[in-house]
Design a binder for this molecule. Structure first.
Ligand SMILES: [Zn+2]
Length: 492
């Protein structure tokens, strides 16, 4: 993986898009590395004393991690109830703390910090309660115990996504304790089944309780700081996601005895089609987010790659720059829609001409291109009427969230205060989070956290984050939320 792929902004996209076997393999590799390194690390002193709110957040975080919320044995409803009790104990009215169960062992918590009535729509902080499976026998640490060791937090969900949940809850508790009255409501939602479970909380809330989560825009996972060799490289804001669409390519044929072959062969037609798709590059198409991504990334990227980034922004038809960037799979996926063959089946007997051959082609479509256009392009590229292209299900629409001056201005200002010299870079994920459903429902979503994490092994073994990065992220989000609800922090 390139460094760009290992940061938080990419974790959801890369991991959620990965087939399980690849993930497991990565986890095993990661696991053996960790097993070799964790034990021998020298003990570091805790960096800086904890503030009261750091401690509050840490306690919430610990409780969240220690409630198993995995699909197989977990209970996100229990986690929602436990968090609701904490929020109520912090002085929130019962009517502003709602727990909704959307299936057996699946729950959602929605907390509202009331603002003055200024006519402004609320803003929301979203995270998911559920976590990816974690087998104790695969870990060297207990996955459902919150372990702090060498200034690092370990446990399933510390990076994906209970860090966000604990941080969001601690922030509204802090605002409440300070007697802060925002100029609009601030909503915190912790929801079920983001990780592919059957009872997705966000979609269910949109369909059944839209009023509870209706917001001008939402902060979600998917963003964060990029770290390379221990140095903060960029502060990434996820503002867009590609669309996911599978197409089936199928050839049928009367078949016959393989001792009397004919040229008209289902497997041959399909193979030829797949080779054409494999050699085809969709046209380069930059949008507001990816243009800014390349423009700003150029300033932290040396050599010919940095030059190519600058050149493609100046002229998207620059074929030389496109060729250089396309060599890197992560840059390539930002430049264009991609389609790749992922499954293959064909034939029914070793001594028969195939009656059927079929492949799945998985496309990651740019937000402003349509699955219908992509289907037409595939048909044109294949150029064989015997190969029937069919869309499998419907890609959900996911319009990019606008980089408004208000929002970007505050993110940049606070980033500059906290981490001088670190550029803010908008990103487009190549996979999907719950942001997809909200964007599809017309609510802009931004992956923002202020967490500068090195490799976290999210979805893997001994998932971990540096404690200090968690507390810094919390300070960043506290300032951001306050600044966007009427009170600039700090005053500058
Ligand atoms: Zn997640």
């Amino acid at each position: 993986m390139s460094p760009a792929q290992t940061n938080a902004a990419w974790r959801a996209s890369v991991l959620s898009g990965m087939p399980k076997s690849t993930l497991q393999r990565l986890c095993v590799i990661a696991g053996s590395l960790i097993a070799a390194t964790t034990v021998s690390q020298p003990a570091h002193a805790q960096l800086g004393a904890l503030t009261k709110w750091d401690t509050v957040a840490r306690n919430i975080f610990k409780e969240l991690i220690e409630i198993n919320t995995s699909q197989s044995a977990g209970d996100s409803h229990q986690a929602a109830l436990a968090m609701a009790a904490r929020v109520k104990a912090a002085g929130f009215a019962d009517s502003d703390v709602v727990v909704l169960k959307n299936a057996d062992r699946k729950g959602n918590l929605i907390v509202r910090l009331r603002g003055r009535s200024t006519g402004k729509k609320p803003i929301m902080m979203l995270s998911h309660l559920d976590v990816v499976e974690a087998k104790a026998e695969d870990w060297t640490l207990p996955p459902f115990k919150f372990v702090e060791q060498d200034s690092t937090f370990y446990g399933r969900g510390v990076a994906d996504d209970k860090d966000d949940g604990a941080m969001h809850l601690a922030i509204v508790m802090r605002l409440k304790a300070e007697g802060y009255v925002p100029d609009r409501d601030i909503i915190v939602a912790l929801t079920a089944d983001e990780e592919g479970g059957p009872a997705n909380g966000v979609q269910w809330l949109i369909d059944n309780h839209r009023k509870l989560i209706d917001a001008e825009y939402v902060f979600n996972e998917g963003g964060g700081g990029r770290v390379r060799d221990g140095k903060k490289l960029s502060h990434d804001i996820q503002a867009s996601e590609k669309k996911f669409q599978n197409f089936q390519l199928e050839v049928t044929n009367p078949g016959g005895h393989s001792s009397r072959p004919v040229r008209d062969n289902a497997i041959t037609h399909l193979s030829d089609a797949l080779v054409k798709v494999g050699n085809f590059d969709f046209p380069i198409h930059l949008n507001e987010i990816t243009r800014e991504y390349f423009k700003r990334s150029a300033s932290i990227t040396e050599g010919k790659i940095g030059e190519a980034m600058r050149a493609i922004v100046a002229n998207p038809n620059d074929t030389k720059a496109a060729a250089i960037l396309s060599e890197d799979p992560s840059y390539n996926s930002q430049l264009r829609t991609t389609c790749v063959a992922t499954l293959l089946e064909g034939g029914h007997a070793s001594n028969a001409l195939p009656q059927r051959a079929r492949a799945n082609v998985n496309c990651r479509i740019l937000p402003d291109e349509s699955p219908e256009e992509i289907k037409k392009t595939l048909e044109r590229v294949v150029a064989n009427p015997k190969v029937v292209v069919t869309a499998q299900g419907n890609a959900r629409n996911s319009p990019p969230s606008p980089l408004t001056r208000e929002l970007m201005g505050e993110i940049e200002r606070i980033t500059k205060d906290m981490w001088p010299g670190v550029p803010v870079i908008p990103t487009m994920s190549t996979g999907a989070t719950d942001g997809l459903m909200l964007r599809n429902a017309g609510i802009p979503v931004y992956g923002v956290s202020g967490f500068f994490y090195p490799e976290t092994y999210a979805h893997g073994m001994n998932e971990r984050i540096p404690a200090r990065a968690f507390y810094e992220g919390m300070e960043f989000m506290y300032r951001l939320v306050k600044s966007l609800t009427g009170t600039r922090v700090p005053v500058s």
